[in-house]
Write a protein that binds this ligand. Structure first.
Ligand code: AMP
Length: 189
C-alpha cells in the first residue's frame, strides 16, 4: 500500500494537489476538512459539533477527529493506499495514525510538507473564498486564527515525521503542474 500524508498550512494547495495525486496513483483521498463539511451539510450530530470549532478557525478535538478518520479508513477495504489530507494536524493525531496503521500491518511511506509564505496563503484563501463559499476562508480574522493554530499545533507534526526520516519539504509556490512534479519526484524516489 502507498500511504501518504499531504501536509501544509491552510491554502498551501493540499486539496488541489490531492486531486492530481488520486488520478495518478489511484489512492483513496481522505480529507478530514471535507468529511467534516459533508457532515455539516448533512446536518449530522458530528457536523454540528465540528462546525462550532471550524467557524472559529479552531481544531476539532483530537478524540472526535481520530475516531472519524479511523472509521473512514475502515470503509475502504480494497484501497491501494490513502492520501491523508489535513490529517494529522496535532502530535497526538500523528501518533494515533501510526498506531492504527500498524495494527493493520501498514505504515506511512512519506509525509509531503508544502511550504508557502504566509502572505501568499492569505491571498490564496481570500481568492478561494469567492468560489468555495467557505465562511472560514472569507473572514481575515478566521484565516489568521487558522494560520496561528497551524504554527502552534500543526507545524510540530513535521518533527514527528522528521524523526522517522519521512518528512519531505516541497516548495509550494509555482504553477500547479510544477508543484505536482516536485511532489511526484519525492513519492517515486
Ligand atoms: P481544511 O479543510 O483542512 O482547511 O479544514 C477546515 C477545518 O476543519 C479546520 O480549520 C478545522 O477546524 C477542521 N479540521 C480539519 N481537519 C482537522 C484535523 N485533522 N484536526 C482537527 N480539526 C480539523
Amino acid at each position: 500500500m502507498l500511504n501518504i500524508v499531504l501536509f501544509g498550512p491552510p491554502g498551501a494547495g493540499k486539496g488541489t494537489q490531492s486531486e492530481k495525486l488520486i488520478a495518478k496513483y489511484q489512492l483513496v483521498h481522505l480529507s478530514t476538512g471535507d468529511i467534516f463539511r459533508a457532515n455539516i451539510k448533512g446536518g449530522t450530530k458530528l457536523g454540528n459539533l465540528a462546525k462550532s470549532y471550524m467557524d472559529k478557525g479552531q481544531l476539532v478535538p483530537d478524540e472526535i477527529t481520530i475516531k472519524m478518520l479511523e472509521s473512514e479508513v475502515n470503509k475502504h477495504t480494497s484501497a491501494k493506499g490513502f492520501i491523508f489530507d489535513g490529517f494529522p494536524r496535532t502530535a497526538p493525531q500523528a501518533a494515533a495514525l501510526d498506531k492504527f496503521l500498524e495494527s493493520k500491518g501498514q505504515s506511512i511511506k512519506v509525509m509531503l510538507a508544502l511550504e508557502v509564505p504566509e502572505e501568499e496563503l492569505k491571498r490564496r484563501l481570500l481568492e478561494r473564498a469567492k468560489i468555495s463559499g467557505r465562511a472560514d476562508d472569507a473572514d481575515p480574522a478566521v484565516i489568521q486564527k487558522r494560520i496561528d493554530v497551524y504554527n502552534a499545533e500543526t507545524a510540530p507534526v513535521k518533527d514527528f515525521y522528521k524523526a522517522q526520516n519521512k518528512c519531505r519539504e516541497i516548495h509550494g509556490v509555482g504553477s500547479i503542474d510544477e508543484i505536482f512534479e516536485r511532489i511526484c519526484k519525492e513519492i517515486d524516489a
